[in-house]
Ligand binder design. Structure first.
Ligand code: TYD
Ligand code: MG
Length: 476
């Protein structure tokens, strides 16, 4: 018997490893603290059979996915015309979703949609399936969470009736891939990664090894067959995608579906996109007939603005390529505590600490004796420092008890010395605000040079500010 034969005949052995449920690191022995990511008590014993190693190990070879020699590896010479190498995109017929994906669903892309349970992920992807079918694309929807009847009746209620959509309820990865191989859909949707399992991995569904192996096999399937694969993943309480970070590394695009389950707004955000901008935002509204796209979110976020505008200013946030107007509210109250309370929803609390220090020092408002509450209306989260001026205006307004004009917009970052720093793309933001009837603009002085279009400045009043002291002089 040759050495090779004896290797082939060796029994497939089970291997026990300890896997960190937070970062996916593997250890041969249990440790109280993961030495890779520093999480305590995150190592869990998992058993692998040798066959499962390396994305589809045994099943990959059986399916003929694994190239047997270098001759079967395809290469692409870069001197080819760009058209040949251009990626095909499929329109989902939902323009918000298309934009977030970077212009439609790219063929052979692997997309992960994350979100809290009940937020509307299955609904969104069923509607996406309907939109794709409208464009003559075939879709295989695997629901590992609901029965075929449940999914079908929901689709029916949403008015999705197309021959080219097939729904199956299955959670065995091998059967899912066999079915997909047979049906050759343009798009494969798998709902969800936490409920499917690879039989070769003995760990429970949802564990790190199962998630990694299942996602790996789906990635191989997407790349080899040029099928677009969309995978649903639940997020944990602390807002991370359940499963290891490797899942996010593996996929081409990570979308996050967010929203407060008490309100009907839903925000679809790109966290990573190999084929487009990673900062796009799509806005949806959950209704009794499924998700409706909100094509003009600024109107939506401003529609409930109160008549009493003390402590309420407007900022134009730039989400990817699109400006969205939002309301910033501030409230100050005399504090009885030696450490006054600072609460912020939608803006990083450290930013609020910095800003209160600057306003306290340079404008002499005694915020150190006041509790301060900041809120971005509509559940938006703003990370741009350009929101500083709008926060400062809202704080000044509540402190002085003076209402802010309803048609005023504030843009600018505030530095520690009280200077107002330039923001990016002021013209795009102003155009959006002008469309909604805004007429007074407060902008950093250093943005003055960016106003190349004289037509834009025609019927509006633009005030350029150099420091927070200029803000103090305003009567709102
Ligand atoms: P679902 O898509 O099942 O959420 P996920 O897959 O993220 O867990 O959506 C569930 C919620 O959406 C549920 O609370 C009901 C609500 N919903 C509507 O309000 N209208 C609808 O038309 C549909 C289908 C769901
Ligand atoms: Mg679901």
């Amino acid at each position: 018997m040759t050495y090779v034969n004896s290797l082939c005949m060796a029994k497939s052995k089970n291997k026990t490893v300890y896997v960190c449920q937070s970062c996916g690191a593997q250890r041969s022995r249990w440790e109280g603290k993961c030495s890779d990511c520093g999480t305590w008590n995150s190592l869990v014993e998992e058993t692998f059979s040798d066959a499962s190693s390396g994305y589809g190990g045994k099943s990959g070879t059986q399916r003929g996915w694994v190239a047997s020699n270098s001759a079967s590896v395809q290469t692409l010479r870069l001197d080819q015309s760009l058209n040949e190498a251009k990626m095909q995109r499929m329109s989902t017929s939902i323009s918000e979703l298309d934009r977030v994906l970077g212009g439609g669903l790219a063929e052979s892309s692997f997309v992960l949609l994350g979100g809290a349970p009940g937020i509307g992920k299955s609904t969104l992807l069923l509607q996406m399936a309907g939109g794709l079918a409208k464009n003559q694309k075939s879709v295989l929807y695997i629901s590992a969470e609901e029965s075929t009847n449940q999914s079908a009746s929901r689709a029916h209620r949403l008015g999705i009736k197309y021959q080219s959509i097939e729904i199956a309820s299955e959670n065995n990865m091998n059967l899912i891939l066999d079915l997909a191989e047979k049906m050759k859909p343009d798009v494969l949707i798998v709902d969800s990664v936490q409920t499917i399992f690879v039989p070769e991995v003995t760990a429970a569904p949802g564990s790190v090894s199962q998630v990694r192996e299942a996602a790996g096999q789906l990635m191989m399937f997407a790349k080899r067959t040029k099928t677009a694969v969309v995978l649903i993943g639940h997020i944990t309480k602390d807002g991370n995608l359940a499963g290891p970070k490797v899942l996010e590394h593996m996929v081409d695009c990570v979308l996050s579906f967010e929203g407060d389950s008490n309100t009907h707004f839903r925000l679809l955000r790109t966290l990573k996109n190999r084929f487009g901008s990673a900062q796009e935002l799509g806005v949806f509204e959950m209704s009794s007939l499924g998700l409706r796209e909100v094509l003009n979110p600024s109107e939506l976020f401003l529609q409930e603005r109160s008549q009493n505008r003390v402590g309420s200013s407007i900022f134009a946030s730039l989400e990817g390529t699109r400006p969205i107007l939002c309301e910033i509210q501030a409230l100050t109250l005399n504090s009885n505590n030696s450490f006054p309370r600072r609460t912020s929803i939608g803006i990083d609390i450290n930013r609020i600490h910095l800003l209160t220090a600057v306003l306290d020092r340079h404008l002499g408002i005694k915020l150190s004796f006041n509790d301060l509450y900041i809120n971005v209306v509509g559940g938006l989260k703003i990370e741009e420092p350009g929101v500083d001026l709008a926060i400062a205006a809202a704080v000044l307004s509540t402190d002085r008890n003076e209402p802010i004009a309803s048609d005023a917009l504030y843009l600018g970052e505030i530095g520690l010395t009280g200077e107002i720093r330039a923001i990016s793309f002021p013209e795009i933001r102003i155009r959006e605000a002008v469309k909604l009837g805004f007429k007074q603009f407060y902008l950093p002085y250093f943005n003055k040079k960016h106003f190349e279009d004289p037509g834009l400045m025609k019927n509006i009043n633009v005030n350029f500010l150099k420091s927070v002291h200029d803000l103090e002089k305003l009567n709102f």
